[in-house]
Design a protein around this ligand. Structure first.
Ligand code: 5RP
Length: 252
């Protein structure tokens, strides 16, 4: 499989004789590799999703071994898992100092820009990523794309009040959206907002689109994460690939 990488990427590959064709196994090996970047005593931002679930499961073993870490959760789903795994959490309204945040992604491009929010936690995920000294993205190889966009819609979190008007303003930019549903009702985020899933063929300028969408009245935030990734840990069929947008050396 050919992976697109920027020329300034510093990549380290951990290859084994095994192959990891199953995406969930790729998520697991990426998540387990991320544990090398957390330390006893750290405050850790905990993302949301099935890849993060593997990370929490690996973290559980460190807590059992006596590590005194504290988590900042990005969703109720993650808080529930953390509780189940015995991972202590800081309260939502604390002024956290987060050493490292670990999160999954729906797409990552060669410049390490992301589309997130498939699980509906983008707002808290972006707050936690912005509060962290280091933001580490863990993903399976299918998430690595040459250009962000189709087939993944861009999730945009909006206030329920007047949402059809907000959708119209987004349409005036040239993009159609659908209101995310769950069980026949509008999907509600943990912050009580709706999600508009916006269909975009290709996002050639993620930075511009991220800021443009956020100027629309009613938009709370959107799933573009531009210039935030410190490190990408990708599970691939051949093992774990670690790359970063800087030339700083990385290690497994
Ligand atoms: C949730 C997210 C997730 O990180 C994203 O949807 C990836 O999920 P998964 O790890 O299950 O593939 O952004 O809002």
């Amino acid at each position: 499989m050919q992976l697109n990488r920027p020329s300034h990427t510093n990549t380290m590959t951990s290859r084994t004789s095994h192959t990891f064709e199953d995406p969930d196994t790729q998520k697991q090996i990426a998540a387990e590799a991320a544990v090398a970047y957390v330390h006893d005593g750290d405050v850790i931002g905990l993302g949301t999703g099935s890849t993060v679930k593997h990370f929490l499961s690996a973290l559980k073993e460190k807590v059992k071994a006596g590590w005194r870490i504290q988590g900042v959760s990005t969703s109720q789903a993650t808080s529930n898992l953390a509780q189940q795994f015995g991972i202590p959490l800081l309260t939502e309204e604390k002024d956290w100092v987060i050493n490292v945040a670990i999160d999954g992604t729906d797409q990552v491009d060669p410049r390490f820009n992301l589309i997130k929010g498939g699980g509906g936690a983008l707002l808290r995920e972006k707050i936690v990523a912005s509060a962290a000294r280091q933001f580490i993205v863990i993903a399976d190889a299918s998430k690595h794309v040459p250009v962000l966009g189709h087939p993944m819609p861009l999730p945009v979190e909006v206030i329920p009040f007047g949402w059809p008007h907000t959708a119209k303003l987004i349409q005036q930019l040239g993009y159609r959206s659908v209101l995310r549903q769950r069980d026949g009702r509008a999907f509600l985020t943990d912050s009580g907002h709706y999600i508009l899933d916006v269909a975009i063929d290709r996002i050639d300028d993620p930075a511009l689109l991220e800021t443009t969408l956020n100027t629309i009245p009613g938009v709370v935030d959107n799933g573009l994460f531009v210039g935030r990734t410190s490190l990408l840990i990708l599970g691939t069929p051949h093992g774990v690939e670690i790359s970063s947008p800087t030339t700083r050396p990385s290690s497994v």
